[in-house]
Design a protein. Structure first.
Length: 157
């Protein structure tokens, strides 16, 4: 399990050639909160963002993401949601199914191989983060992403 913050910026390598293809820049998610793929920034001078289906990832290592073939990278169509790019979820209000405001979405914890989000890091602002520390909401049920908020069924710990 890792966070998007730890994954962002990691190099993506092709296993058959050992060539660096690009870097992870974001996650693509369905409106149910399932990770469908990664956004990969490619190119040196002319940067492009490409989509990599999560099922096409050979492995997630501590120092890089491995794929079998660079042809697995696809043109980026309009994803349902990303964390920080198109249809961004970052900074969106999270509300529990019981109607309690939880805070603003700051990061996600996910199981790489399954593409399942298991936790949501939330914030109430800079000063709250300093005084209260990191807040993580755990849920094993799909979220509901709406125009104004994300609804989450909070797992009791």
């Amino acid at each position: 399990m890792r966070t998007l913050t730890l994954l962002r910026g990691q190099p993506v390598f092709e296993t058959k050639s050992g060539m660096k293809i690009g870097e992870v820049c974001d996650l693509c998610m369905a409106n149910s909160g399932i990770v469908t793929g990664l956004l990969i920034r490619t190119g040196v001078f002319f940067k492009q963002t490409r989509f990599l289906d999560i099922q096409k990832v050979a492995s997630f290592g501590a120092d890089g993401v491995m794929i079998e073939d660079q042809h697995h990278l696809e043109k980026l169509d309009r994803p349902e949601y990303t964390f920080a790019h198109q249809n961004s979820l970052e900074g969106k209000l999270m509300i529990s199914k019981s109607g309690d405001s939880l805070g603003l979405l700051k990061d996600v914890y996910f199981q790489e191989e399954l593409g399942t989000i298991v936790g949501y890091e939330i914030t109430d602002g800079f000063f709250s983060d300093i005084t209260e520390g990191k807040q993580v909401i755990h849920s094993d049920k799909p979220i509901t992403v709406g125009k104004d908020a994300i609804i989450v069924d909070v797992k009791e710990t």
